[in-house]
Design a protein around this ligand. Structure first.
Ligand SMILES: C[S@@+](CC[C@H](N)C(=O)[O-])C[C@H]1O[C@@H](n2cnc3c(N)ncnc32)[C@H](O)[C@@H]1O
Length: 287
């Protein structure tokens, strides 16, 4: 694979990582296909591993990767960025809160609202939308039944998500009224309230797995709203497309899709979706 030209400006001037050899090695010994990753993200992670490992160069790195399974695990972990925040996409959440959710709730009524947070990391995105929906339900005469399915391929992140326990730094983006209403606080520890927990179902789901269309727990797709935020850009363009095809299939006609602001341009090219709130990365599936 010739990777140099695409990111020559961003990497140190030294020789580029021998991606083809690294990809082959990881396929054979760890059954992981790094060729699916975005080349720039992969090269950046490798460069960090090389620099951090104090190795003389790529031949030495290849040797270590071949001999030390801990290095392979560390490389995979560095590629699977699980960072998240509450209300991470502020503009998209503002559109949801003020425009989209009131309309959807009115429209769906007692049929209920189905939401999927795909690539939910430690749960912040799923809890954020749960907070907005619960708050709006509290203002309605008749609450709309809510089901939120939140998935990730990393089980350890899902365990954290289910626990719903966060430190003070993690809850900085929350409004005071949300903190008071939806968390119990002990010292510096913030716990999601049991009432909110009952409307979110966390489960393992790999967006790249063949033959699966939506979380098993959801039984069927037909989602009114799907989040697929800040994961597309870790993948090569053809892989992003596979993920987006899955998301679009899982949406009901007229349903909404939210991505990361940095991924807006990728999604804007999808013919089945159109932007409803530029510059927010909020899209609607054509009916
Ligand atoms: C950077 S985090 C973003 C979390 C959250 N969506 C947000 O915007 O804050 C990306 C998440 O996507 C998950 N992820 C990456 N590839 C995935 C895949 N193929 N299937 C399911 N989850 C995936 C990662 O494990 C990670 O938790």
């Amino acid at each position: 694979m010739n990777v140099r030209p695409a990111f020559a400006n961003y990497l140190p001037a030294g020789p580029p990582p021998p991606l083809a050899q690294i990809i082959a090695l990881m396929r054979e010994s760890h059954a992981r296909d790094l060729a699916l990753s975005d080349e720039f993200s992969l090269a950046k992670s490798l460069q960090r591993r090389l620099d951090g490992g104090g190795l003389a160069g790529w031949p030495a790195y290849l040797d270590r990767l071949a001999q030390d399974s801990g290095e392979a695990k560390a490389l995979l972990a560095s590629l699977n960025i699980g960072y998240s925040e509450f209300f991470r996409e502020p503009l998209a959440f503002a559109w949801l809160e003020q425009v989209i959710l009131p309309g959807l709730m009115q429209q769906r009524g007692q049929a209920g609202l189905r939401v999927w947070s795909a690539g939910c990391a430690a749960g912040q995105e799923a809890w954020s939308i749960a907070i907005l929906l619960d708050e709006q339900n509290a203002e309605r005469g008749q609450p709309v039944p809510i089901r939120i399915f939140a998935t990730d391929r990393v089980e350890t992140l899902l365990t954290e998500a289910r626990e719903g326990v966060y430190d003070a730094a993690s809850v900085q983006q929350l409004r005071l009224k949300h903190l008071r209403r939806y968390f119990t606080v002990t010292g510096d520890v913030y716990r999601i309230s049991p009432a909110l927990k009952s409307c979110v179902d966390f489960s393992v789901f790999d967006l790249l797995a063949e033959g699966t269309t939506s979380p098993v727990a959801a039984i069927y797709g037909d989602f009114d709203l799907v989040f697929c935020c800040n994961l597309l850009f870790y993948y090569r363009p053809e892989v992003r497309q596979r993920i987006l095809d899955k998301i679009v299939r899982a949406l009901r006609p007229g349903g909404y899709c939210v991505t990361g602001a940095a991924e807006r341009e990728i999604v804007a090219r999808q013919t089945e979706l159109y932007a409803v709130a530029p510059p927010a990365a909020v899209f609607q599936k054509r009916r």
